[in-house]
Design a protein around this ligand. Structure first.
Ligand code: ZN
Length: 232
C-alpha cells in the first residue's frame, strides 16, 4: 500500500521512531524527518540520527528515493523549563505510582505542534510518531486520546487536513521489533539493534544482545525485555 500524501516522521534515532520511519517509507512516496534538541541528557541520539538515516537509505534503492531531508529544531528553551530527569542531571527514578521522573510534561504536544508547522511548510500532510500507550511508561502525552485531541486541534488551528499516524500505539516492544522485520527484514532489525539509541543515560556501552546502552535505566530495561520477548 502506498499513499500519495507525503509524511513527516518524528525521528529521534531510537528504536521506535526508526521503526516508524521504515513503516512510513513502505507507505509514502515522499518521507521527511524531524528531530528536536531539547537539552536531553541522551544527546548522543542527535549524533546517531545521520548514521541511522544514512544506513536506512542504503538498505533499499526504493527507500533512498523516498527519503527526503532531515530537520533538527532547537527546542533547548523548552527543555530548560522542565524539571524532568531527562533534561537535568538528577538520578532517574521510577516511582511505584505515576510516571518516572523522566517525564517531560507536554513534550509530545510541543513536538507535534512544531512538526505540524514544519510539515505545513514542506507540503506534507501526515505526521508519523512512535507514541505508544502499551509500553508501561505511563506518559499521558503518548496516549491515543491525547493524539486524537491534538490532531483535532491542529486541523482546526492550522485550517489543514493534517493527520497523525501512530503505528506503534497498541504494540508491545516485541511487536515493534516484528514490525521492523516486516518492513525491512532482518537487515533492518540488525540496523535498529546496533545503531539506534534508546538509553536515557546517553550511554553507548555494550554491545548487549539488544544493542547499546547502560542496561539499567527504565528505557534500557524496556528495550532489553522487548528484545528478549521478540527472540523467544
Ligand atoms: Zn540506559
Amino acid at each position: 500500500m502506498t499513499d500519495s500524501a507525503g509524511a513527516l516522521v518524528l525521528f529521534s534515532a531510537g528504536q521506535d521512531s526508526a521503526t516508524c520511519l521504515a513503516w512510513a517509507l513502505e507507505r509514502f512516496t515522499r518521507v521527511e524527518t524531524i528531530g528536536f534538541d531539547y537539552g536531553q541528557r541522551h544527546r548522543v541520539e542527535l549524533l546517531q540520527r545521520p548514521i541511522v538515516l544514512g544506513r536506512m537509505a542504503a538498505l533499499t534503492p526504493r527507500w533512498a528515493a523516498r527519503l527526503g531531508p532531515d530537520k533538527v529544531v532547537d527546542l533547548t528553551g523548552f527543555g530548560a523549563i522542565s524539571p524532568s530527569a531527562l533534561t537535568r542531571s538528577v538520578a532517574i527514578q521510577s516511582p511505584v505510582a505515576g510516571p518516572p521522573n523522566t517525564f517531560v510534561p507536554g513534550r509530545n504536544l510541543v513536538f507535534l505542534s512544531v512538526a505540524a508547522a514544519h510539515a505545513h511548510a514542506r507540503g506534507l500532510n501526515v505526521l508519523v510518531g512512535g507514541m505508544c500507550e502499551t509500553d508501561a511508561s505511563g506518559y499521558a502525552d503518548c496516549r491515543r486520546a491525547t493524539i486524537e485531541a491534538m490532531e483535532a486541534a491542529l486541523r482546526l488551528g492550522m485550517d489543514s487536513d493534517v493527520r497523525i499516524e501512530t503505528p506503534l500505539m497498541q504494540l508491545t516492544k516485541a511487536q515493534t521489533w516484528s514490525l521492523a522485520q516486516v518492513c525491512g527484514g532482518l537487515a533492518l532489525v540488525e540496523l535498529i539493534r546496533t545503531e539506534t539509541h534508546t538509553c536515557y543515560e546517553g550511554d553507548r556501552s555494550g554491545p548487549h544482545p539488544w544493542g547499546y546502552g547502560c542496561g539499567k535505566c527504565p528505557s534500557c530495561q524496556l528495550r532489553a525485555a522487548g528484545w528478549q520477548a521478540f527472540m523467544a
